[in-house]
Design a protein around this ligand. Structure first.
Ligand SMILES: [Zn+2]
Length: 374
């Protein structure tokens, strides 16, 4: 298995769902709060986020990149991190990740984070944009004088973006969840919904008619469409983010053939694996939870390798903020693949050459094919 481990170590990854690292230095509380995904409020005791699988995994796997011993204690870790500064930490972490291509969700327009060009420069890799459909709709509603123009403005802008962006993403999971009517709305229903929405004083688009309109517009343009699924912050209702609730929608759009990518999926990775088997155009990853489950991430990766065809599984980190997450996602993925697939080789369940082919698919070839990367 050591030759196989070397193969896994050396393969370059496509990180098909990621966000920008922090752009500049911040205080320790910012770092600590960024290590908690579920609680969207500021933690009363931010140091509790060190006492987690993710906190332990950072000290185990990232400390060496900061010239510290493995398992350096939190005070040593933070002290050295602050001494090097966010940009230098980011340079070290993103370059050590072994990622050739980052597919960046630009939905958060916060100035605290690097944009795709900034991530490309920091990491030495290529960056590609994924368009956030709800953010686009919010921008257009705020800009147009007559809500009747919404559909044509949205269509034109999405078409322009599709010439450079490699895919689209919906956060429907955060905007009422999957158990809603996702049929393609009529033009008059879209105009009526746009009028209703622009008359209110809402910040975030949660009108299912306008969200469904965006989803169908992206599919018709042939833009690979990502859905946030499962684990996220508590703004979503977890049980409404179960991808099994998408089955009616998936049946209705499968004939179009546009790829649909289920992101994160935890704790519904088994449902997602079933959907990847059941529908020609459905794919999944277990990013985000890979980082957050740390030493348990091998079990998560193993579950993602149950029902899904291997041509339907992708790698992502879903890193956002601390660049440890950009590195650790890749580090834990390599560890888990070596342990899980390597174990199947050892048990003579899989041949090593089959395992290498699967690693090649999941690490990069599936993403390159689905997003038609250059
Ligand atoms: Zn994300």
């Amino acid at each position: 298995v050591s030759a196989f481990a070397d193969f896994v170590e050396g393969i370059e990854l496509v990180d098909h769902h990621v966000h920008g690292p922090f752009r500049a230095d911040g205080d320790e509380a910012r770092f600590q709060n960024a290590l908690n995904e579920g609680n969207s409020a500021q933690l009363r005791d931010p140091s509790q986020s060190y006492e987690t699988q993710l906190g332990f995994a950072i000290r185990r796997w990232c400390a060496e990149l900061l010239d510290l011993p493995r398992h350096a204690n939190p005070a040593e870790y933070w002290g050295r991190r602050a001494e090097l500064g966010e940009v230098e930490v980011g340079r070290r972490m993103t370059r050590a990740a072994g990622v050739s291509d980052w597919l960046v969700d630009t939905g958060f327009r916060a100035t605290d984070y690097l944009d795709p060009a900034g991530l490309a420069e920091l990491s030495g890799g290529a960056a590609h944009e994924i368009v956030r459909l709800e953010v686009l709709a919010e921008e257009i509603i705020a800009r147009i004088a007559d809500p009747a123009d919404f559909a044509s403005e949205f269509g034109a802008k999405l078409h322009d973006l599709s010439l450079s962006a490699v895919g689209a993403k919906s956060v429907l999971a955060y905007r009422g969840g999957f158990a809603q009517d996702l049929g393609k709305p009529t033009p008059s229903a879209v105009a009526e919904a746009a009028r209703r929405w622009s008359g209110g004083n809402h910040r975030r688009l949660n009108d299912v008619t306008l969200i469904a309109h965006g989803i169908h517009a992206a599919l018709e343009l042939g833009m690979p469409l990502q859905f946030h699924v499962g684990f996220g912050d508590r703004d979503l209702d977890l049980e409404k983010a179960n991808p099994a609730l998408l089955m009616g929608f998936l049946r209705s759009v499968e004939h179009g053939g546009t790829p649909i990518l289920l992101l994160h999926c935890y704790p519904y990775e088994r449902e997602a694996g079933y959907l990847a088997q059941a529908f020609e155009n459905v794919y999944l990853d277990v990013g985000l939870a890979t980082n957050f489950t740390g030493a348990r991430s091998a079990a998560l990766l193993a579950r993602s390798f149950e029902l899904a065809p291997f041509s339907k599984i992708l790698y992502s980190s879903d890193a956002y903020g601390p660049s440890e997450l950009h590195y650790l996602g890749a580090r834990l993925w390599r560890n888990s693949v070596t342990q899980v697939l390597g174990g199947w080789i050892d048990d003579d369940q899989w041949s090593e050459s089959d395992a290498r082919k699967v690693v090649q698919l999941v690490a990069r070839d599936n993403a390159r094919r689905v997003y038609e990367l250059p």
